[in-house]
Ligand binder design. Structure first.
Ligand SMILES: Cc1cc2nc3c(=O)[nH]c(=O)nc-3n(C[C@H](O)[C@H](O)[C@H](O)COP(=O)(O)O)c2cc1C
Length: 211
């Protein structure tokens, strides 16, 4: 699949700020749909236990322009769950090497474990993804000796649907509600950078930034 940006058509035409936001959300959706897209993964930063930043890579599972959310899945035993419950502030960072586009975003994260949103995300998840949630130990548990933390019979295969259901108890959906999005496209004819932010009423402000 070839991914395009639409700042837009001819390379020498000035970019249009109105088009950028649409393009950003289209790229986020492309990233969800295509594992080869640079935005299929993102760095997600929470506030660590020491009050400092703490980032990790996740697979981006949803992008909803109307709700202004980006979602990812995690093990509900993982440390980030408690971190987001203690302080919901979240930072997101995407970079697509092929398109040379970075997206920085920030907002608030909500944890969904047993609600209908989590049920729907679980229903859409693949058996290979579900295997992760069958891990016997909580992620980040210190261990005395190496262990891949998978049931031994699933080391080389994915669970069948029935067996995968045991993972539902460990599964969580995290939705990041974005309040700020900042686009940076590296272009030979001049980089393009813009910032979009939303106030509490949902009103959007857009401004160009010096690259
Ligand atoms: C390519 C890649 C994709 C990953 N995807 C996820 C993911 O979707 N969800 C997740 O919880 N962890 C994912 N991880 C693992 C996290 O980066 C992290 O190591 C783990 O979640 C523990 O983080 P925590 O201690 O902050 O909870 C991924 C790691 C890599 C390298």
């Amino acid at each position: 699949m070839t991914h395009k940006t639409s700042e837009s058509a001819p390379d020498d035409a000035p970019p249009r700020i109105e088009a950028l936001l649409e393009t950003a959300w289209a790229s986020l959706r492309d990233g969800v749909a295509d594992a080869r897209h640079g935005w299929h993964q993102a760095a997600i930063a929470s506030i660590g236990t020491d009050g400092g930043p703490d980032a990790r890579t996740v697979v981006v599972r949803s992008a909803d322009q109307v709700a202004r959310t980006v979602g990812f899945h995690t093990d509900r035993r993982s440390g980030k769950i408690d971190r987001f419950r203690a302080d919901s502030r979240v930072g997101l960072l995407f970079y697509d090497r092929a398109l040379r586009i970075q997206l920085r975003a920030s907002g608030r994260a909500t944890v969904h474990e047993d609600d209908s949103l989590a049920d729907a995300a679980w229903a859409r998840s693949s058996l290979s993804s579900r295997r992760c949630y069958l891990a016997p130990m909580a992620p980040s548990s210190p261990i005395d000796a190496f262990s891949p933390n998978l049931p031994s019979d699933l080391l080389h295969r994915v669970p069948d649907e029935a067996a995968s259901e045991a993972g539902r108890d460990n599964f969580a959906l995290i939705l990041c509600h974005l309040d700020v999005m900042e686009w940076l496209h590296l272009r030979h004819d001049g980089h393009v950078r813009a910032r979009f932010s939303w106030d509490a009423s949902g009103a959007c402000s857009a401004t160009w930034l010096a690259p």
